[in-house]
Write a protein that binds this ligand. Structure first.
Ligand code: NAP
Ligand code: ZN
Length: 352
């Protein structure tokens, strides 16, 4: 079985470091991919540091990374969807049972027997799955996506998680022209949310804690920007939003945003902070407002999102880094200091 260079964390407190992992030989349904770029999602940081221990405890060593784009280097005998040399992408899932009611309607993200790209039991090799901070990966063709040829690859990688995680709830909650849409937290997810809401024709308002992101927010497609620490600015939007996407990675006052929804408005949480958030009941009761969550998106919808990006020329704004800077990048994520996604150039692994 082939070896692959990778970066892994040995425990919740140690930095990521160079390692070698084993990948399986492609089975007949598999696609082997040379990874060119992998985005850094805040989920990688939560997972590496075991911040989600109550829901999905981290198994070490952990090789994170679920925003993967690369080139096909080998295909199994039954693979019709890809050939050697094709561009290919992989997101947060690498398998599902394909037979449950969720899979049957293309919602693999809800399959009770699904396999996530890292830190999930590996049916082929035992142990857990290893993610995209690596030079290669082998994935069942059902979970490999086609990449539009016109897009910059470093900026495509983040679409595989930040992209689909923001696109999917916007489609589900019918974000269209004429709707007033808020995006809370201008990070990796948030900046993609702004691009999609704008492309779908909505009036977009960004809520940020970072005054220095105001100009960027407008450039990315916002119609208005609110500094969320300013109570007066917040008040001017009371009761006015059809939909708000909350993409904040840390503890914050979600009730303040619930109060900005109009009657029957919805706020969807995609951010997954370590600690529970406090929700004031009356904020929801008055106005029949709703609070939801949403995980990534199904495979068909992920392809739809990539094709939408190809058509509208949408990619993530990235800071490309060598893998040797990954630990520094994690520290910067914690300070909300990224514009707006780190994308690891995997060629940098060759020198390890
Ligand atoms: P990120 O790039 O670090 O962005 C998070 C943003 O949240 C920051 O840029 C900042 O925006 C804001 N923020 C950070 N700390 C804050 C605080 N204390 N109070 C208020 N705002 C704060 O993270 P990301 O990769 O976009 O991920 C965001 C969250 O989504 C993470 O929890 C991640 O695990 C989760 N996630 C969920 C899914 C899913 O399927 N649901 C998928 C991927 C990621 P401003 O500077 O604008 O305030
Ligand atoms: Zn992610």
């Amino acid at each position: 079985m082939p070896n692959a260079k990778a970066y892994s964390a040995a425990n919740a407190t140690s930095p990521l470091a160079s390692t070698t992992i084993t990948r399986r030989d492609p089975t007949e349904q598999d696609v082997q991919i040379e990874i060119l770029f992998c985005g850094i999602c805040h989920s990688d940081l939560h997972q590496v540091r075991n911040e989600w221990s109550g829901v999905m405890p981290t198994v070490y060593p952990c090789v994170p990374g679920h925003e993967i784009v690369g080139r096909v280097t080998k295909v199994g005998s039954a693979v019709g969807k890809f050939k050697v040399g094709d561009l290919a992408a992989v997101g947060c899932m690498v398998d599902s049972d394909g037979t449950c009611p969720e899979c049957k309607v293309g919602l693999e993200q809800f399959c009770p027997n699904g396999t996530l790209t890292y830190n999930f039991p590996d049916k082929h090799l035992g142990g857990v799955t290893y993610g995209g901070y690596s030079e290669s990966i082998v994935v069942n063709q059902r979970f490999v996506l086609h990449v539009p040829a016109n897009l910059n690859l470093a900026g495509v990688a983040p679409l595989l998680c930040a992209g689909i995680t923001t696109y999917s709830p916007m489609r589900h909650w019918n974000v269209t022209k004429g709707k007033k849409v808020g995006v809370v937290g201008l990070g990796g997810l948030g900046h993609m949310g702004v691009k999609f809401a704008h492309a779908l024709g909505a009036h977009v308002v960004v809520f940020t804690t970072s005054a220095n992101k105001k100009n960027d927010a407008m450039r990315l497609g916002a119609d208005e920007v609110v500094l969320s620490k300013n109570a007066d600015e917040m008040k001017t939007h009371a009761g006015s939003f059809d939909f708000i996407l909350d993409a904040v990675s840390a503890d914050h006052d979600i009730s303040a945003y619930i109060n900005l929804l109009r009657r029957d408005g919805n706020i969807t949480l995609v951010g997954a902070p370590e600690k529970p958030l406090a929700v004031a009941a009356f904020g929801l009761i008055m106005g029949r407002r709703s609070l939801s969550g949403s995980p990534i998106g199904g495979i068909a919808e992920t392809q739809e999102m990539l094709d939408f990006c190809g058509k509208h020329d949408i990619t993530s704004d990235v800071e490309v880094i060598p893998i040797q800077k990954v630990n520094e990048a994690y520290e910067r994520l914690l300070k909300a200091d990224v514009k707006y996604r780190f994308s690891i150039d995997m060629a940098s692994l060759k020198s390890e």
